[in-house]
Design a protein around this ligand. Structure first.
Ligand code: HEM
Ligand code: HEM
Length: 179
């Protein structure tokens, strides 16, 4: 059995994961169940207010990770696979946790729409309003959202494979068993 991520790293992983999955689902429902669940844009506002917390939590998580490293993977996993996992995690950080929230903030900014941080205060715009960039910003956010949906689905499937098929302690490094 190999080591686990330390407590703050695990708390940050599961907190950002829960927010990310909630926000992704809310975004999809806001758009594709609009008439039924989002007629007054309430879910869109919730989507943005919750998602924008990631611009604070993710830098915290990245700094913690750079200071504390990771427990590494067990020797039963080949060096090539370990390298692939590393690249996959790097892609999640860069694309799903940094670029995707920024693209949403960018879209709202060019559209001149307010973004609330939770329901506490309004975020400053990332850039000045730019109606001619509206379509590009929208497609960037929507494209990244779908790409990241697939990437995170793959991440979750791999994690569950470690837990239920490989029994190699990788899942438990992020979710230790008690005792
Ligand atoms: C990790 C963070 C985020 C994720 C996973 C995410 C995901 C999504 C998804 C899946 C959609 C639906 C895409 C579609 O049309 O097919 C969406 C729409 C949208 N997102 Fe995000 N998003 C994130 C962050 C943000 C942020 C920070 C903002 C703005 C501050 C934002 C603003 C929007 C808006 C305005 C929509 C359209 C909603 C509507 O038309 O009612 N998103 N997002
Ligand atoms: C049910 C959902 C999830 C499960 C079961 C899960 C499980 C795991 C496990 C077991 C690890 C450790 C893997 C290793 O050390 O090689 C891990 C790492 C990681 N997870 Fe998740 N995860 C989930 C959701 C998410 C989400 C939604 C995100 C981001 C959007 C995410 C981002 C990451 C990142 C970036 C790492 C690498 C951590 C590091 O070494 O710094 N995870 N996850």
């Amino acid at each position: 059995m190999h080591h686990s991520y330390n407590k703050p790293a695990r708390v940050l992983h599961w907190l950002t994961a829960a927010i990310w999955l909630a926000v992704w689902s809310a975004g999809m429902l806001a758009v594709y169940a609009r008439d039924w669940i989002n007629p007054e844009h309430g879910l869109t506002i919730t989507h943005k207010a919750l998602a924008i917390t990631l611009v604070v939590l993710v830098p915290l998580r990245i700094v913690w990770r750079l200071l504390h490293g990771s427990p590494g993977l067990p020797d039963s996993i080949s060096p090539a696979m370990q390298q692939a996992a590393k690249l996959g995690h790097l892609a999640i950080y860069v694309v799903a946790l940094v670029a995707l929230p920024l693209s949403g903030w960018l879209w709202s900014s060019v559209a001149d729409k307010p973004v609330m941080f939770l329901w506490l205060f309004q975020m400053p715009p990332l850039v000045a309003p730019a109606p001619d960039l509206y379509d590009a910003a929208k497609w960037l956010h929507v494209g990244l959202a779908w790409f990241c949906g697939a990437m995170i689905a793959g991440h979750i499937l791999m994690a569950l494979k470690h837990k239920w098929l490989d029994h190699d302690g990788v899942f438990e490094s992020m979710w230790p068993r008690r005792g």
